[in-house]
Design a protein around this ligand. Sequence first.
Ligand SMILES: Cc1ncc(COP(=O)(O)O)c(C=O)c1O
Length: 446
Amino acid sequence: VHRYDENADRLAQSIFRYALDRIRMDRPPLDGPRSPEELGAALAGAVSPGGLGGERAFALYADELAPATVSADHPRFWAFVSIAPTESASMFDLVVGASSTFAGSWMEGAGTAAAENQALRWIADLVGLPSGAGGTFVSGGTMGNLSALVAARHHWRAQARPGDRLLLAATTETHSSVRAVARVMDVDVLEVPVDERGRMTGSALATAMNGHDRVFAVVATAGTTNVGIVDDLAGIAAVCAASGAWFHVDGAYGGAGLAAPSVRHLFDGVEHADSFIVDPHKWLFAPYDCCALLYRDPRIAKAAHTQYAEYLDVYTDAGDWNPSDYAVHLSRRARGMPFWFSLVTHGTDAYRDAIESSISLARETADLIDDRDDLELCLRPELSVVMFRRLGWTLEDYSQWCARLLADQIAFVMPTSWQGETAMRFCFVHPRTTIDDVRLVLETMR
Ligand SMILES: Cc1ncc(COP(=O)(O)O)c(C=O)c1O
């Protein structure tokens, strides 16, 4: 099993060729899901006592499984929040996978921990966090939100604040993962009403918190998933400072906008965050799975998250910076490394320009929509999400249109809703998406 012989070498060549071809594809096939029956038939007997051999196993992936997965890095994938890893980030991911680094401790993963910390520092500087800030990379925004809020609760309890049935404040536009986290943590959610653009404002938060002394944390969103709106971070920060609640900023999608001068002002107040997340696997051009999690004071997170055991004393007693101490995890891959490698390769200006390109595209798309009588913008885009309606269409019409676009391999788009009505949402994160792509798709809505 562990022998590198001629067969293994042949297989290695085909795998490398495949990976390189896939990474270099300008427009990979969109592909699409297949039924469980079809995939079950393709996979039947694959796990067998004697094994298929590498060539057949790989052909099974390339011919049957890969075409049954949508290419989320396709420049016309605008449903959900997609992904646009740079070629260098994807290629370096192969190195991370090949290196078997245990990136949980400094003792075993000092080199990667130092580089991941450098990448985190770039983000901390964009946020405006102090020099002592730090954190780690976790699998995604959900895990980042969970880890940050567990640290927040730990801090609250350490200060002997009111202890039973804690509350975290959020809005209807807060990402679904925060409600999932509240369930995992067995805390309640205090619903803060949003303004007409879907924002949490400081004044609405203050009103909602009035009479509640158990709000241990407030989750503000810097780029809502549905419409890409940034909450009133400065107003929320002031309410948190006055009440002693932890100020968590979820920038999983929109946090990348911090690097874009044209929208940086929207984030004013983010520098007061006690914790902050952004997913490089969304709009910072890294492959899955990668969420940067930062704490203003990482000592609080360390107190909340460090695992203790006889077999771990060698790490914990050494007093080193162990990435495992800052989230709900122990073993971890060095998942920040593809992001670090690409950032170091291309430089921060390239990141700024690539992010700005999606913001400009969203503005141009909004203009195209404004020019059409049959389309109506729901609200002007702030970041790179454009939400609009096709006048006269029902949910059924949107769904049929989306299904047709995927079947014809034109685009992957999905309807959503805004203020109770069905709407269309394009979320742009890919610098290779052009206004001609948008024109082509909008034409099919006539
Ligand atoms: C604002 C926000 N927070 C959290 C998440 C969850 O991130 P993940 O899917 O990486 O767990 C998302 C995902 O789209 C998001 O947009």
